[in-house]
Design a protein around this ligand. Structure first.
Ligand SMILES: Nc1ncnc2c1ncn2[C@@H]1O[C@H](COP(=O)(O)OP(=O)(O)OP(=O)(O)O)[C@@H](O)[C@H]1O
Ligand SMILES: [Mg+2]
Length: 236
């Protein structure tokens, strides 16, 4: 399957947050979207999910324009977003949070299988399954929101800055899991990150967004050796 945005523009009132942006991701690949604060990364993901309306262009799933569909329908089409800021349900347990992610699954056997999958990916979630999500560490909460999104067995997983504010060792652990997803399941991953080095270490390709426009579109290898990317997003 292929998820694409074509010549997309979107904004908030008079602010244009994205201008003429085209990007795509196929199942089986990991694509990074790199950019600094306010570049439009989250807006792009929110447009795909139908949360932010687009003013021009299209969001397409296998060539079909889905930009007029409401968020719940887009979710049912197999597009799952993990928004910025690790939004767990703090007063629910880890298990209850995972159950919330599975609200579309009626079949108990399928639910148990998905739950087992999430626990296999993140054994820490299994250890902590009875604990309130609000009491988890930042890294564990990130594992939980990713696990919750995977309960629906999505075709596309959109991750918004999963590394933000986490210790390097935790980031490494979570990114190892993310890197493994495309190898073990039929999913495409769109990875939004300010941390270009870590994102491009697991992505095959990437886009660099600046002021709402794509300024670079290349393989991860090419982006990692690009002088501008190195100076602006990798630190030398
Ligand atoms: N709800 C909103 N209302 C008004 N303007 C907004 C809103 N959300 C984002 N913007 C503006 O749109 C632009 C793009 O914001 P966006 O959140 O997409 O950037 P980002 O690349 O995700 O940044 P960050 O890395 O800081 O999360 C910014 O100028 C921002 O101020
Ligand atoms: Mg953002």
């Amino acid at each position: 399957m292929k998820l694409s945005v074509e010549r997309l523009s979107a904004g908030y009132g008079s602010i244009e947050a994205l201008h003429d942006v085209s990007m795509c991701c196929e199942t089986g690949e990991t694509v990074a979207i790199i950019g600094g604060n306010g570049a439009g990364k989250s807006t792009a993901l929110n447009c795909i999910c139908g949360v932010v309306p687009i003013s021009c262009g299209e969001v397409c799933l296998d060539g079909r324009d889905i930009s007029d569909e409401p968020p719940h329908k887009i979710a049912r089409m197999g597009i799952a977003q993990v928004p910025e800021g690790r939004r767990v349900f703090p007063r629910l347990t880890v298990l209850e949070n995972l159950e919330m992610g599975a609200y579309m699954i009626d079949d108990k056997a399928v639910f148990r299988e998905r739950l087992g999958y999430a626990y296999d990916l993140f054994p820490r979630l299994h250890e902590r399954r009875w604990q309130n999500a609000g009491d988890l560490s930042g890294g564990e909460q990130q594992m939980l929101v990713i696990g919750r999104a995977l309960m629906r067995n999505p075709r596309f997983l959109l991750l918004d800055e999963p590394s933000l504010g986490l210790a390097p060792v935790v980031v490494e652990n979570i990114f190892d899991v993310i890197a493994g997803l495309v190898k073990t399941s039929e999913v495409g991953i769109v990875l939004v990150e300010q941390n270009a080095a870590i994102a491009l270490s697991i992505a095959g390709r990437g886009y660099v967004l600046e002021n709402g426009a794509v300024i670079l579109d290349a393989s991860a290898e090419a982006l990692l050796s690009d002088d501008k990317v190195k100076a602006a997003y990798i630190g030398g």
